[in-house]
Ligand binder design. Structure first.
Ligand code: SAM
Ligand code: SF4
Length: 329
């Protein structure tokens, strides 16, 4: 029997999204309030040594895809060196990063050198003013030039845009047009209830509305074959270099094939973004648990992965005052 993490529905959980910090230099309205959130004390973060210990277990148990996220991963000191070390882990076949684009060209070069091929960058608008309104930071030029450099260096670049009424719906078509000359994949996301305030309105621009909107302007758009475990439904305009996708992140149409686990920077293991933590691995490690005990607890926790995001949310009972930056996006 191969060593694997398998849940009660027989899903093999081979994809870990690892948050390395809850801190961020941006203040995207859908993620946290302008004043930020109560960032945790650094001592509460899993150290790089603790992370490496846990990653060795995850990869031994079949996790072959890893995504580094946050908060903003590049605000944590020593990240590139840490990535260099874990990129050598046996069993890891894909390592990807999600960032807001706050990284230097030399950091991008270092990522390329260590074999990282896939980078997701949050970009909610192609308009400088709207970018500022959304992120509350005047960083459009910096982020966009990092994106162009990554494309140039041959990374598989995905741009994540959270679409919301009165914020950036006017950006949808320009984003599709961006795929004409650039080899990027733009993905339109529904807003989820993790803005750190505990308030939330169900998105009116959901996946159906977004698709209809694009289709009415690009009737020739064609659907691309689904990738295994993909959360996005992907399309291409004939003759365009890039592609675009729509992610029903709030409507949750893809849970049946979910293969994900999430580990927050403070050690909370979640089997669903919408659910409560199943286990705190930092506390377990710091209580002196040995390797076998950690594995046993992990197996117990992953097995209970919820059927879908609705079931997970119903257990939490009310809109949590959680920020995506803390949960690990
Ligand atoms: N700071 C990095 C970034 O922005 O790419 C990584 C962390 S961020 C939490 C990861 C992803 O979550 C981003 O693509 C962001 O757009 C998305 N995200 C954050 N809050 C969200 C929300 N309330 N609804 C939908 N997506 C959200
Ligand atoms: Fe920061 Fe990413 Fe959250 Fe924006 S979405 S505030 S960049 S963590």
């Amino acid at each position: 029997m191969p060593k694997q993490f398998i849940d009660q529905y027989g899903r093999i959980l081979n994809y870990l999204r690892l948050s390395v910090t809850d801190r961020c230099n941006f203040r995207c309205y859908y993620c946290m309030p302008e004043e930020g959130i109560d960032f945790v004390d650094r001592k509460q973060l899993l150290s790089y040594e603790e992370l490496q210990f846990l990653l060795e277990i995850f990869t031994e148990y079949g996790v072959n895809k890893l995504r580094i996220t946050g908060g903003e991963p590049f605000v944590r000191r020593g990240l590139v060196e840490f990535l260099g070390r874990i990129s050598q882990l046996d069993g890891l076949s894909e390592m990807a990063i999600t960032t807001n684009g706050s990284l230097s060209f030399s950091q991008i070069d270092a990522l390329a050198d260590m074999g990282i091929r896939s980078i997701n960058i949050s970009l909610d608008s192609l308009d400088k003013k709207r970018f500022f309104e959304i992120t509350r930071r005047d960083k459009f030029d910096e982020v966009f030039s990092a994106i162009l450099y990554m494309i140039d260096r041959g990374f598989e670049v995905k741009l994540n845009a959270v679409i919301a009424d009165n914020k950036n719906t006017q950006d949808i078509l320009p984003f599709v047009e961006l795929t004409k000359h650039h080899c990027v994949s733009v993905r339109f996301l529904e807003e989820m209830p993790f803005n750190g305030t505990g308030t939330f309105e169900v998105p009116t621009w959901n996946h159906v509305v977004i698709k209809k909107h694009v289709l009415s302007h690009y009737p020739t758009m064609r659907r691309l074959p689904d990738e295994a475990n993909s959360t996005s439904v992907n399309y291409q305009i004939p003759g365009y270099k890039g592609t675009f996708g729509i992610i029903a992140s709030y409507s949750r149409t893809f849970c049946g094939t979910c293969n994900r686990l999430r580990l927050s920077a403070t050690g909370e293991l979640r089997t669903c973004l919408y659910g409560a933590p199943a286990l705190n691995l930092r506390d377990l490690l710091r209580s002196g648990a040995n390797r076998d005990e950690v594995i046993q607890e992990l197996q117990r926790a992953v097995c209970k992965k919820e059927k879908d995001g609705f079931e997970a949310e119903s257990i939490v009972a009310q809109t949590p005052k959680k920020s995506m930056s803390f949960l690990g996006g």
